[in-house]
Design a protein. Structure first.
Length: 268
């Protein structure tokens, strides 16, 4: 295992899985410039390292996955001196959030251990699978603060749960209980908090049973194909699938099946 402990987050890699933890439990894992920058560095590493096949993102503690932007920090920005503001601006300029990585190549699981609000829900919406604790709540309460869910929340939520349910929650700022989020198709699984790790690990194990290049090809074709009419999506040649078709794993899968053994994926 390699581990990288930073001020606001924890990044660990074990057995082809990157585990990313937002580590500001005292602030409900809300997003300040330092945390945003660290998360950007982590997502860069997940994209860059071919030995990382998927990622899991969560929040520290049991109260919150991420409560969104750190509004207290925003208030402090007005009182900060010029040097401090320049530092924060530099971090923001060097940050590319998960929200803006429109075609992230590898699967991401959100382990939602509490509130996922505002920018926290927007982070989860950018993931592929959401596993939530029973007490988790989701929401885009920005209008109650005179804001909007401008980090793609107003665009992703209607696409993922349908227009009318999304408008009902976005125009009121109401929270979505975990059970209702599951009914709406926003969440893949809801479990008691003490079963959350086990549930996430089961999803991870099932993904790792698949060839990593096949998983990436499936994700790319699915997500990019959503932008096209069906015939165009079908006939388009996707780079990840071309890479899969030229890999050693394309032979390993049928060989392992014929030999009645688990495949030994290499991702190459």
């Amino acid at each position: 295992m390699s581990a990288q402990d930073q001020t606001e987050s924890i990044f660990e890699v074990k057995d082809h899985v990157a585990w990313i933890t937002l580590n500001r439990p005292e602030a409900m894992n809300s997003l300040n410039p330092e945390l945003r920058w660290e998360l950007s560095q982590h997502w860069d590493e997940v994209e860059r390292d071919d030995d990382i096949w998927l990622a899991v993102v969560t929040g520290a503690g049991e109260r919150a996955f991420c409560a969104g932007a750190d509004l207290k920090h925003r208030a402090r920005e007005r009182e900060a001196d010029e040097a401090v503001r320049a530092h924060w601006q530099k971090l923001e300029a060097e940050t590319t959030s998960l929200i803006e990585r429109w075609h992230f190549p590898k699967p991401i699981i959100a382990r939602v251990n509490g509130f996922a609000l505002g920018g926290g829900l927007e982070q989860a919406l950018a993931c592929d699978i959401i596993v939530a604790a029973e007490h988790a709540e989701f929401g885009l309460p920005e209008p109650r603060r005179g804001l909007i869910a401008g980090s793609a929340g107003v665009h992703r939520l209607p696409r993922q749960i349908g227009l009318k349910p999304a408008m009902g929650y976005m125009l009121t700022g109401r929270h979505i209980p975990a059970a209702r989020a599951y009914e709406l198709g926003l969440v893949n699984q809801v479990v008691p908090l003490d079963k959350l790790d086990q549930a996430v690990e089961e999803w991870v194990a099932d993904i790792l049973r698949c060839a990593p290049l096949a998983v990436r090809a499936t994700k790319e074709a699915t997500m990019r194909g959503l932008d096209y009419p069906l015939p165009q999506a079908y006939y388009t040649s996707y780079p990840a699938n071309r890479r899969r078709a030229a890999s050693a794993d394309i032979l390993e899968g049928p060989r392992a099946f014929a030999e009645k053994r688990p495949p030994n994926w290499t991702g190459r």
